[in-house]
Write a protein that binds this ligand. Structure first.
Ligand code: ATP
Length: 255
């Protein structure tokens, strides 16, 4: 469904993506793992055409069509929706207005109504709050609203940046459960996360990012069973030494 081939992205002089390649199959959840500043969010922003004059190098294909160099609105119209880190719901609009704004490119009224009901089925708490201003929702409710709004565009591919950030473990579990349902309902998902454990539990595939490059990829199970991933991303051992980490970074290459 999505093919990123050797993409390089800069923020002015900062070399943020250093030749990134990734392939996403339809009907899957792919988790992109990595520490702060690794470049995970930049991958999603590059796909969405949100970085000026980008990408500097490489190609991006969505459903066999080149989208690198396209503007964000054209990319949304082709069927990719994006939930940024921090949600960015419209605080002055109500829950239902936010959801309907997500469908602004659609004209099929019956389909929009059906999808609105579907969002309320995914997120019953939003149904109880249709008339409430989004700015007054809790963090978890805002995250649900942001996902619901993105789905109202009826996307084929959903990009989620840190959907669990700042949420309680119970809410994270709820939201990740819904992401799985969304995949089962036919939407392909790319998930950017620091919370690797929970993400790998629902994902089909995973990529590990370090310093602007993917250093590992595999099925979610393979990554979960990998000793280095366990140590550096799943916190299985508590005696992670800085030296060991540097050694791991030096030796890590595609597997
Ligand atoms: P986090 O989990 O902390 O969000 P990340 O893996 O998503 O990290 P990115 O946000 O993609 O990382 O950032 C990659 C690099 O690009 C970082 O060094 C960051 O400081 C830099 N960067 C990100 N956005 C901008 C920007 N708008 N202007 C300049 N540099 C940026």
């Amino acid at each position: 469904m999505l093919k990123i081939n050797n993409v390089e992205t800069y923020y002015d002089l900062l070399y943020a993506l250093k030749g990134v390649s990734l392939e996403i199959a339809a009907g899957t959840i792919t988790a992109i793992l990595g520490n702060n500043g690794a470049g995970k969010s930049t991958v999603l922003k590059t796909v969405m055409g949100l970085i000026d004059d980008q990408p500097e190098k490489g190609t991006i294909e969505f459903l066999d069509r080149r989208i690198d160099g396209c503007d964000p609105e054209s990319i949304v119209r082709l069927g990719i929706s994006y939930v940024p880190e921090g949600r960015e719901v419209w605080e002055e609009l109500t829950v239902s207005e936010n959801l309907l704004m997500g469908a602004y490119i659609r004209r099929d009224r019956a389909g929009i109504k059906k999808d609105l009901d579907r969002m309320y089925a995914y997120f019953p708490v939003l149904k109880e709050r249709t008339g409430q201003l989004a700015g007054t929702l809790s963090g978890g409710e805002q995250q649900m609203l942001a996902i619901g709004r993105a789905l109202m565009n009826a996307p084929k591919l959903l990009l989620l940046d840190e959907p669990s950030l700042g949420l309680s473990p119970l809410l994270v579990k709820t939201i990740f459960g819904i992401i799985k349902t969304i995949r089962d309902d036919g939407v392909t998902v790319i998930l950017v996360v620091q919370n690797a454990r929970m993400a790998l539990q629902i994902a089909d595939f995973g990529y590990v990012m370090e310093n602007g490059r993917f250093v590992m990829k595999g099925t979610a199970r393979e990554l979960m069973e990998d000793k280095d991933v366990q140590e550096f991303y799943l916190g299985v051992k508590t005696d992670v030494s800085a030296k060991g980490y540097q050694r791991w970074k030096r030796k890590k290459r595609w597997r």
